[in-house]
Every structure is written in C-alpha cells, then in structure tokens.
Design a protein around this ligand. Structure first.
Ligand SMILES: NC(=O)c1ccc[n+]([C@@H]2O[C@H](COP(=O)([O-])OP(=O)(O)OC[C@H]3O[C@@H](n4cnc5c(N)ncnc54)[C@H](O)[C@@H]3O)[C@@H](O)[C@H]2O)c1
Length: 310
C-alpha cells in the first residue's frame, strides 16, 4: 500500500517543524518546498539523517521544484512572512496574499485532489485566499488556528489546576486574532466544567493570556511561535489521514452555520478523510454569539481587503 504524501510549502520555522513532527509520527512521505535555494533540501536531509535514531521510515525530501509535490494527499501552506514584535497578524496581509495566491495556484495545478491546510497569517484571510484561488470544494480547504489556540488555553488551564494537559477539553471559535472567542462554558477537565474549579476572574485572566498567546512568544523570541503551531497542524493532518473523525476547532467554511453567510472562520468541526466533514453547531448564548459576531466582522473586513488585492 502506498504511503500518504504530504507536501509542506515553506521550509521556515513552522514548515520545517511540522515536517519533523509529521515524520516522527510516520504520517506519510513528506516533501518540503521553499523558494530559498538549499533551505528545504538541507532541512529535509537533516531530518532524514535523524530517522535511524528516531526510528521513522517516512521519506523526507526537500525541493524547489513543484513537480516533486505532484499528487499529494495533503498540502500544508506555511509560506509567508511571520510577524515581528509590534506587528499584528493583519500587518502581514498585503505581502502574504501574494505568496499564498502563488502557492495555492501551484497546489491546484500539481495536487488537484489534495486537502489544503493553510497556516500562513492572517489566517482566516489566507484560507479565504486559497479557497478563492483554487476553487476547491469547501470541505477540502481549512486553516490551522483553533488547534493552537486550544492548546494554549489547555496548557494554561492545566498549569493553573495542576492537572494533566490530556484532561482539558476546550472549544475556541472566531478568527485567529486577539478577538478569538474561547468558550469557558464548553471547557472541562475530564468532564468537570471549569466553572466548578476556577473563579470567573481567574478564567478571564487565562482567556486573556490565550488571546495574547502569540504576542507573548513573539515578544520573547523576536519572531513568531512554531513548535505549538506545528503540533496543531500535524494534529489536523493526522485526523484527516487516519480518518479519525476528530472533533476540534479549525478555520472552516460556514454557510448558514452560526449565521456566518459564506466565510472561513474558526468553529468546532469533525475532521476525517474528507477534510471538514461536519460543522458542530453549539447553542451559543447572547454574549458568546456577540463575541463571535464581533470576531466575524473582523474576518469579513480582511476578506474584503483580499478581494481588492487578488
Ligand atoms: N496559523 C497560526 O496559528 C500560525 C502560527 C505561527 C505562524 N503562522 C504563520 O505562518 C507563516 C510562516 O511562519 P514561519 O515562522 O515559519 O516563517 P519563516 O519566515 O520561518 O518561514 C516562511 C518560509 O516561507 C518561504 N516562502 C516565502 N515565499 C514562498 C513561496 N512563494 N513559495 C515557497 N516558500 C516560500 C520562505 O522562504 C520561508 O522559508 C507566517 O505567515 C506566520 O505568521 C501562523
């Protein structure tokens, strides 16, 4: 049986780390592509040379040549500039729209049946760009943000409560910005609502840290996070390739769901071999829906900017 083929576009911090985690989990054969000569080839060779120690048989190759990506099952788009201290994700829009446009066109040409996971920022606008450019069915295009934001919230909660990270289950919705919508009402520790374990003030503090989680790392490093983003991306790829029917938050196309009206935004979904197989509709209360609507308005503004740039 042939192995699955995963192309990762962009061999920078997020792309290379995604490749390495995916290889160690033996998700399939990996092609890492970049426009910088030697970068993807060098990192892929380094990863391949780690395989006898880490014991994985995944083939990891690096290239500048899109032909080597042909017929991938999954294409993960990480190409694009990351933010620096003082920048918001939105500041990346003009530059990254052109990069994601180009890489989406190539993806549609060489892997017309693939499922695309976009990681480049500003995330929701870049997923919108990839969808517009490729014309792929909406279930085959999605963005990674909820996996990361949920991981951050889970980590902060686990540290605060002194419990295993494995026990935390949470849902985040909205765009991948500071106006994301963590939902404490749907967050639990092995089924125990967090409202039973923490007071409102503490929950609000952890939500605020989650919203600013990306900025916290940017300010420490001088560039943006990549271990947790890569881990979140691999979780999505694994759910799809292993047809796990994983319930998780991701940036997905919503028509009538949540009153979105045809945009890509963060919602809880079921991920399986067909990509986004279902959008889970929660009965949001007034305050939750208002926060979601505010975040969605921001996502729509960015999509309008993309329309002008494409
Ligand atoms: N969705 C999220 O949660 C999340 C988290 C972290 C980073 N990001 C975003 O992911 C993107 C990548 O971040 P990073 O830290 O890996 O940046 P990076 O600068 O380390 O890597 C980006 C890579 O893309 C390559 N690239 C640029 N144009 C290309 C093209 N046309 N074809 C192929 N490769 C091309 C660059 O050469 C570079 O190697 C950024 O936009 C960043 O904001 C998103």
């Amino acid at each position: 049986m042939a192995r699955d083929k995963i192309t990762i576009v962009g061999a920078g911090n997020v792309g290379a780390t995604t490749a390495y985690i995916a290889a160690t989990k033996q998700l399939g054969d990996i092609v890492l592509l970049d426009i910088v000569e030697g970068l993807a080839e060098g990192k892929a060779l380094d990863m391949a040379e780690a395989s006898p120690v880490q014991l994985y048989d995944s083939d990891v190759t690096g290239t500048l040549d899109w032909e080597k990506t042909a017929d991938s099952n999954i294409v993960i788009i990480t190409s694009g500039v990351p933010r620096k201290p003082g920048m918001s994700r939105d500041d990346l829009l003009t530059k990254n729209v052109q990069i994601v446009k180009e890489t989406s066109e190539k993806t549609a040409k060489y892997s017309p049946n693939s499922i695309i996971i976009v990681v480049s920022n500003p995330l929701d606008a870049m997923v919108y760009t990839a969808a517009k450019v490729t014309g792929f069915a909406k279930n085959r295009i999605m963005g990674m943000a909820g996996a990361l934001d949920s991981a951050r919230f889970s980590y902060f909660l686990a540290c605060e409560l002194g419990v295993s990270v494995e026990d935390i289950k949470c849902v985040l919705m909205g765009g991948h910005g500071d106006d994301m919508v963590p939902l404490p009402r749907f967050t639990s520790v092995s089924g125990i609502p967090i409202s039973e374990l923490l007071d409102e003030e503490k929950i609000a503090e952890l939500i605020d840290r989650t919203r600013k989680g990306g900025t916290e790392v940017v300010n420490l490093l001088g560039y943006s996070a990549y271990y947790a983003p890569a881990a979140g991306t691999v979780k999505m790829a694994e759910a799809i390739l292993k047809d796990k029917k994983t319930v998780m938050s991701c940036c997905a196309y919503c028509g009538r769901e949540y009153g979105v009206g045809g945009y890509f935004v963060g919602v809880p979904v079921v991920l399986g071999k067909n990509g986004v197989e279902k959008i889970t509709e929660l009965d949001l209360n007034k305050s939750e829906q208002a926060q979601f609507d505010r975040s969605l308005a921001h996502v729509k503004q960015l999509a309008a900017k993309v329309d002008k740039l494409l």
